[in-house]
Design a protein around this ligand. Sequence first.
Ligand SMILES: Cc1ncc(C[n+]2csc(CCOP(=O)(O)OP(=O)(O)O)c2C)c(N)n1
Ligand SMILES: [Mg+2]
Length: 332
Amino acid sequence: MNRVANGVDELLPLLDQMLVIRAFEKRVVELFDQKLVRGSAHPYIGMEAIAVGICAALGENDYITSTHRGHGHCLARGLEPGRMMAEILGREAGYCRGKGGSMHITAMEHGMLGADGIVGGSHGIAVGAAYGSVLLGQDSVVVCFFGDGAANEGSFHEALNLASVLSAPVIFVCENNQWALSTPTRSTMRVENISDRAVSYAIPGVSVDGNDVLAVREVAAEAVSRARRGEGPTLIEAKSYRMSPHSAFATGETSTPEELAEWSLKDPINRLVDILRASGVEEDRIRKHNENAASLIEAATEFALEASPPPAEQAIHDVYAPADWAREGRLS
Ligand SMILES: Cc1ncc(C[n+]2csc(CCOP(=O)(O)OP(=O)(O)O)c2C)c(N)n1
Ligand SMILES: [Mg+2]
C-alpha cells in the first residue's frame, strides 16, 4: 500500500490533530497539579492515533459518543480546545457552561453526543442514535468509543446484539489500552482479540494497530461505508497503550518501566512523523507543526483561565430540561 498516495499535505492535518491532543492533555495534567481542575481528568496520551484515524473517516452529519477518557475524541471531532479547556476548568465559556467538566463534554453542534463517566455508559446511547438516524431517513453513522474494560460490561453485549439485529449504523471502537484502571486486561478476558467477540453477533470484527493512524483510518473508512450502505455495525478493536497513569488523580504506578519503554518505541506521533520524513518533509516543517500545536494550546489555556465560572444562581439551570419542552412535546 502506498501510504502517502495523496501526498503529505493530506497527512499533515492528522499530525496536527495528534500534536494538539498531546499538548492539550499535558497541559490539563499541569492544570490539575496546580489544583485548577476539580474532579479528575484521564489523559489520552499514547492513544491519539485512534481518535484521529477514526474521526478522519467521518462526515459532518455523523455522531460520536465518548468515555471518561474523551478529550482526544472531542478534539479529533473538531471541538475548540479553548471551550474544552474552559469546560474542564468549570468556566461558563465551556461546552456545558462549566457544569459538565472533563468527563461530560457534550457538543451537539459537532455531533458529539457526550462523554460518559460510567464505564460502558454510551453503548446504548450510540445504538439509539444510530437507529434514530435510520428511522429519520438520514444516513448518519455513529461511532461509539469505549475501553477494553467496558467490553466486559453487560451493556457492550446488549448493544452489539441489538445493533446487529437492527442493522444499526454503529461503529463500536474498543480502545484496548491494555489496562482498566489498575487491572491488566489480559487478566480479565480469555479471548486473544476483543474483536473476536463480534462473531457472537454475526457482525465483522477487526483488530488494528491503534498506534498507526493510517491503518486506523483505513479500517474506519471500511466500517463507515458498510454502515452507510445499511449493512449494519462493525466492531473495531484498536490495540494501543495507556502511556500515562489512569488519571491525573489516580497516579499509582501500574505499567512497568519495560512496558512503557517498549510502547514508547511505537509512539503514534513519532510513527507518523517517520512516514512524513521518509516522504521528504523537512525537520523545520515538523518543528513548526509542533510549535503551532503548543501555541494553540497556550491560547486555549489563557482563554479558559480568563473565563468566569457560571453564576451561582444558575447552578441548576441546564441540569433538567425546561418544563416548556415537555409542554411543547419536545421530550416525547
Ligand atoms: C460502571 C463503572 N464501573 C466502574 C467505574 C470506575 N472506573 C472508572 S474508569 C475505569 C476503568 C475503565 O477501563 P477501560 O474501559 O479499559 O477504559 P480506560 O480507562 O482504560 O480508557 C473504572 C473501573 C466506573 N466509572 N463506572
Ligand atoms: Mg483500558
